[in-house]
Design a binder for this molecule. Sequence first.
Ligand code: NDP
Length: 390
Amino acid sequence: MAKVLCVLYADPVDGYPTSYARDDLPRIDQYPGGQSTPTPQGTDFTPGHLLGSVSGELGLRRFLESRGHTLVVTSDKDGAGSVFDRELPDADVVISQPFWPAYLTAERITRARNLKLAITAGIGSDHVDLDAAIAHDVTVAEVTYCNSISVAEHVVMMTLSLVRNYLPAHQWVLDGGWNIADCVARSYDVEGMNVGTVAAGRIGLAVLRRLKPFDVRLHYTDRHRLPESVENELGLTFHASAAEMVPHCDVVTINAPLHPETEGMFDDDLIATMKRGAYLINTARAKICDLDAVDRALRGGHLAGYAGDVWYPQPAGPDHPWRTMPHHGMTPHISGSSLSAQARYAAGTREILESWLDGTPIRDEYLIVDKGTLAGTGAHSYSTTAQARS
Ligand code: NDP
């Protein structure tokens, strides 16, 4: 029988919800491109309910316990003595979410002697040391596509919010003011701007598609070029690297995974080549940007705004400089954890568990590491430390 250790964010401060703002979710059976949404044999939750916090348990308890397995759910994940550290040594499966990541470091993977499967209930498995997972033959899987559109919507929201100066204007309303000049002194139209994405995968391409009707000029860079038909349809300009692309852009959005090739990409040098007054949106991973370089560029006025929802470490401490830098539109890590997304990644987590427990193959598109090597989506989008060095 397996022990499943699941790390989720804490319940709301006023308790687990007893009612919701809406009664249902739109039904979505397929993602763009045709991949089906998760297809578990069954689910034990109501779509639209809070599943990603401790009491929601990703809707897994009845399923696992009815098969005789053990489920431990906690939000206490950091430091020696945490519930996560205590429960890890004999866990067979670890489930974690990027929003509240249980960092599976090389040291923790070595200590987790029974660990065979690490599931990301979401997308982005950089909180798992993939080199160590490969070395210890731990399978790493994530629910590919489950929240890609959720994040793309967030990127569009943040682009418009920054460029139009929405957040400070809203603050004037909350403060009882009517300070139109204060609100509009940093407010522009997006129309006509050059917008570029670093990576045009599921999220990046969805962002490009959603911004197209705003009559902007669209740019992208990626390791693999999109089909010519897509480039023509969206009027895309391809650039061979981020360094080539960013000097042309008024808005840059980062949609690449964090791996050795992308870590620290937006440092002082790259940001200095961006247009003065450019906006940078990062909902991918914080470490793709140099924390202090972003802070300096905002304070010095080189960047007009920075927004995103990804921080390092997570949760960010009260003194994290990104909380207080000027002209930012940061949220906690939420873009991929809407109630709509939760229903998909809870179902996808169950699908992965069913496959693994039944000894049937996990969908190739969910795999990041398998059988001691990058596999499936992981082989396409990630790199190991050794690959990055070569
Ligand atoms: P995809 O795998 O669909 O797309 C990732 C893209 O990044 C691929 O096209 C890949 O290229 C490209 N890429 C990888 N390395 C580079 C590089 N060095 N330079 C340029 N492009 C590169 O993933 P998604 O679009 O679904 O998600 C992207 C990332 O967004 C996730 O890895 C995760 O970190 C983050 N995310 C954040 C969420 C949030 O809540 N804030 C939620 C979900 C995801 P190719 O495949 O062509 O080699």
